[in-house]
Design a protein around this ligand. Sequence first.
Ligand code: HEM
Length: 307
Amino acid sequence: MPADWLHPALRFAQYAALLGLFGATAFHALRLRPLVGDTGTMRLRPIAIAAVAAPVISLAAMLVGIAAMMGQPLHDLDLATIQSLVLATQPGWAFLVRSALLVLALAALLLIKPMAPRQIAAASCYALALSTLAWTGHAAATEGVLGLVHRLNDALHLWAAGLWIGAICWFTTLVFAAHRNPDRGQSERLLVAMEGFAPLGMTLVGIVAMTGILNAHFIFGLENGVAVLNTPYGLLLAGKMLLVASMLMCAARNAGIVRPNGGIRRVGAVRSDGTLTALRTSLAAELLLAILVLMLVALTGLASPME
Ligand code: HEM
């Protein structure tokens, strides 16, 4: 069997890469072009690195998952076993579709020159690749029509979470850059963009919460919530809820910094009142909490709500 930490670590890397890539490309296409422009190559470099790594991580996660399922060391896996499990199971097909979409997204990022169609094509591929995760794990265990509803609900959970994470990544990057190279005009535009994000941000939080609760109901039935809390699965889920609540506190703090006292932000107050310094800390904390959420999710998917 592979080392105990390897499977959850690769699951975490896969969630981080796919959610980050979908969120970052979609959020850039939807909201940020006026702010970042077509020239932010330096800022797009992490996306390019993650885009190359994503298919490799997905392949490694699939192989280690098969080894763990078979109770075999990774190097003992033979091609016939891998082939039969990939071609004969739903998670296997989900992996094949995911791999194709990740390669297509990478090709879009490398080959399409104009920024807008490039980001839209890549974001669409990443959205579909992300949704294939719902055909693996607990969401894939529900059968029939209810199973399809569970998977679609899970895909919506992943898309909303991805956009939220993409927004945090972009705003953190841009606030750190604005803090390093002060430019009052650019900083003002950044704060206006953050202010404009509030309604979308609240919608995303609402969708993540609703689809998350529905997910829980599909997996163990909310009426069994107290019993599930006595299992390691339940504790991991409760830990995730605490982290998500802390993320919401950071988001509320960001909104409070961008619009102090819920009022109109004073134009020109960007540098003098330490706005960027406060935002930097708050956004970095929100990003760290999101990473911890994904670590817990990587473990939750491997635990059973029944024991
Ligand atoms: C009130 C908020 C939330 C609730 C109630 C909730 C609930 C859930 C539940 C019950 C699952 C299924 C776990 C399993 O596989 O057994 C899940 C999956 C997941 N959640 Fe959440 N969640 C919430 C917020 C978030 C946030 C904020 C993020 C990201 C930062 C997130 C990311 C994920 C991911 C990546 C999965 C795995 C989906 C998959 O592999 O199919 N969730 N969530």
